[in-house]
Design a protein around this ligand. Structure first.
Ligand code: SF4
Length: 321
């Protein structure tokens, strides 16, 4: 059994809403609201949900790119938020991120060699003389050619730019990578190449991924387990085959009913959710999904359902399950 690499406990990230001449805090946007999960070594945990549900903010808060409001994050047993600047700096190379938009995340004035080698120099991971060799190695692992080292980001296609983003992360020899919608901006044919590259690299080096996407098919392909987020909270989390075959939360059922089946003889009943996703600044009471849930009961608007294991590591938060 693989070791636990990352443990997230009751993580909250609220952004203050300021108003008036004195910019007083008049409320909070609850972007991440009580999220808990664990990630094993070599595992991919997919995160799905509508835009604005808090997937990316969760990933960035775990990496301490954002300060937390409450909760704990343990990486290799160390509490990330209690580390000093120096300690955090030494752990940074092990925790990397791949961004959604490979173009805006690459400095257009730097060559690919400088972009990939920058963190190696910054963290003094190798001597200056070895940087080029490490960069060339990373380029090759990501399917890029040695001569690309002298090129600039604008000379590459979207897929190649994402490969540069991946090379920049893996050159530091990380253990955990947050993949923040890494294929959403790419053509479908290129998406599969990037997803396969991530899978190959995981097999070779044993990386753990938190893979964020709104595309359930992509998440199913790459993940071992999948978590579904709604309005800042995890509503369901299970092994991927279990979740796709036996979704328990009404929101997961609705999301899955919208995924096309590649067989014209099979039909799936589409569940259309009524209403818009509520504002995370003013989430509904009780179960946050009750304003859109076709199965809601009186208790749903009064009590927050517990996120609990209903058997075999299948977690769900719903009063009716
Ligand atoms: Fe629907 Fe109630 Fe379950 Fe929430 S707790 S998902 S409102 S049935």
């Amino acid at each position: 059994m693989a070791e636990t690499l990352l443990k997230v406990e009751n993580l909250k990230k609220y952004f203050p809403i300021k108003a008036g001449v004195f910019q007083r805090t008049v409320g909070y946007v609850k972007a991440v609201d009580d999220v808990s999960f664990e990630l094993k070594e070599g595992e991919t945990l997919g995160f799905v949900g509508e835009s604005g549900c808090g997937k990316s903010t969760t990933g960035r808060t775990i990496l301490r790119l954002l300060d937390k409001t409450d909760g704990n994050v343990y990486f290799e047993g160390k509490d990330i938020f209690s580390l000093s600047r120096k300690e955090l700096r030494s752990i940074r190379p092990k925790m990397q991120i791949i961004f959604q938009d490979p173009y805006s995340s690459l400095n257009p004035r730097m060559t690919v060699g400088e972009i990939i080698g920058e963190a190696l120099v910054d963290h003094k991971i190798v001597s200056k003389g070895e940087v080029k060799d490490r960069v060339l190695e990373a380029l090759e692992m990501c399917g890029l050619a040695p001569y690309h080292i002298r090129r600039y980001p604008h000379e590459f296609s979207g897929g190649q730019r994402q490969r540069i983003g991946i090379a920049r992360a893996l050159v530091l020899n990380p253990k955990f990578i947050v993949c923040d919608e890494p294929v959403s901006a790419l053509d479908v044919s290129i998406q599969s190449q990037i997803v396969n590259l991530l899978c190959d690299l995981q097999q070779k080096f044993g990386f753990s991924y938190m893979f964020i996407s709104h595309d359930l098919s992509v998440v199913k392909h790459i993940s071992h387990r999948v978590g579904v987020m709604y309005l800042g909270s995890l509503v369901e989390l299970a092994e991927k085959h279990e979740l796709y075959k036996n979704p328990l939360h009404p929101y997961t059922k609705a999301l899955l009913s919208a995924v096309p089946i590649p067989d014209p003889t099979l039909k799936r009943e589409r569940i259309i959710l009524q209403g818009d996703i509520p504002s995370p600044a003013n989430p509904p009471s009780g179960c946050k999904f009750h304003t859109r849930c076709p199965y809601k009961k009186d208790i749903c608007s009064q009590e927050v359902p517990k996120f609990r294991d209903v058997g075999g590591g299948h977690f769900v938060s719903c009063h009716l399950v």
